[in-house]
Design a protein around this ligand. Structure first.
Ligand code: HEC
Ligand code: HEC
Length: 300
């Protein structure tokens, strides 16, 4: 989740800069050198784009269908390591937008051997060989080039339309294991959560829902309370109010009851069905969240 937010901020910043560049240009005539700097920077960026110093930026645009296929394959085989935006991912793959090899590649001829054989820098990192056919590898290369072609400069953020942020970046199998260990005491994939991804088709909303434990605007399930008086009489219901002096509740048959509190008497036991959800907020790592979302997305 954090990753997507960060990427969004990046793209936002790039758009802002572009805006400042364009605006600065006209301001510099009126306001003199003070307004000139951003204009000059914008101009430099534009020149750089025009000169397109890298092969990858001089290619004719690829076939959209192949690019789409490449994008899907990238999502399956590469995204975990190289990131949703190609700038490197959780599993340690480097930024492909800054890779000299990728920048020099024209049609997958340099990328293909890396995918076929893997590549490693001893003691630093290594990429296992990928089980892709040469045709599929070429489609992935085409996709990578389609992103590079929109870069303003080496390693810079892609210009143009904002990349749609796909937040389903986790591993569904890991997510299932996490779910079974952490959530299955209260939920079942074939029970209350069956078809949740159909009910909530937007992955981002689905993620927010499970993390929060309810959909935006949905009522919070009531907190239950049990009051035990010194006589041993017990009263149970929905908690209405609790402070040092008073506990008030509504019993299941709709009667309102309140008890004065003094020290530990009467005994008050609270059961908040959402307590675990609240606790878990402090426990999830980004990866856990991504994985669980990827798993829940499969509950169609
Ligand atoms: C398990 C993680 C992992 C996966 C999956 C993975 N890579 Fe890599 N990739 C790496 C690492 C790590 C390196 C750096 C290897 C090294 O040290 O030379 C790398 C290097 C590369 C390079 C060379 C970059 C350079 O400048 O030398 C390319 C190109 C590349 N990967 C593309 C891909 C593509 C395309 C896919 C999907 C088909 C993919 N990788 C899948 C981890 C991965
Ligand atoms: C201790 C019990 C408990 C645990 C553990 C728990 N939940 Fe929940 N969860 C609840 C309760 C209670 C609700 C609220 C249900 C309601 O409103 O009727 C809820 C609501 C939800 C909802 C919203 C359901 C809907 O239909 O809108 C989702 C999704 C969800 N939990 C997913 C998870 C996931 C994923 C985990 C594990 C990471 C988890 N929960 C762990 C008790 C739990």
């Amino acid at each position: 989740m954090q990753r997507a937010v960060r990427t969004g901020a990046w793209v936002g910043a790039a758009l802002l800069l572009a805006g400042a560049g364009a605006g600065g240009g006209s301001a510099s005539t009126a306001a003199g050198p003070a307004g000139g700097a951003p204009g000059a920077a914008g101009q430099a960026a534009q020149d750089e784009r025009r000169h397109a110093p890298y092969d990858a930026q001089q290619r004719p645009p690829g076939d959209p269908a192949r690019i789409a296929r490449g994008q899907a394959l990238y999502g399956i085989h590469c995204r975990g390591c190289h990131g949703i935006d190609l700038r490197g991912g959780d599993l340690g793959g480097p930024n492909l937008l800054r890779s000299q090899l990728v920048l020099r590649d024209r049609q997958g001829e340099l990328i293909w051997p890396v995918l076929r054989d893997g590549q490693s820098t001893p003691g630093v990192s290594s990429m296992p060989a990928q089980s892709l056919s040469e045709t599929d590898a070429a489609a992935v290369a085409e996709f990578i080039h389609s992103i590079l072609a929109t870069s303003t400069r080496q390693g810079g953020p892609p210009a143009g339309p904002e990349i749609e942020l796909d937040i389903v970046v986790g591993d569904a199998d890991e997510g299932r294991a996490y779910f079974e260990a952490t959530c299955a005491s209260c939920h079942a994939a074939d029970g209350d959560l069956a078809g949740i991804a159909t009910r909530i088709p937007d992955a981002k909303m689905l993620q927010n829902t499970w993390v929060r434990g309810r959909q935006r605007g949905a009522p919070r399930p009531p907190v239950r309370v049990t009051v035990t008086e010194t006589s041993g009489a017990r009263t149970e219901g929905r908690l209405a109010r609790l402070d040092d002096f008073l506990v008030a509740l509504t019993t299941d048959d709709g009667r309102r009851r309140s008890f004065r509190r003094q020290g530990g008497s009467p005994r008050v036991e609270i059961a908040d069905p959402m307590a675990r959800h609240t606790e878990l907020l402090g426990v999830y790592s980004d990866t856990d969240i991504h994985n669980v979302t990827a798993y829940l997305v499969t509950l169609q």
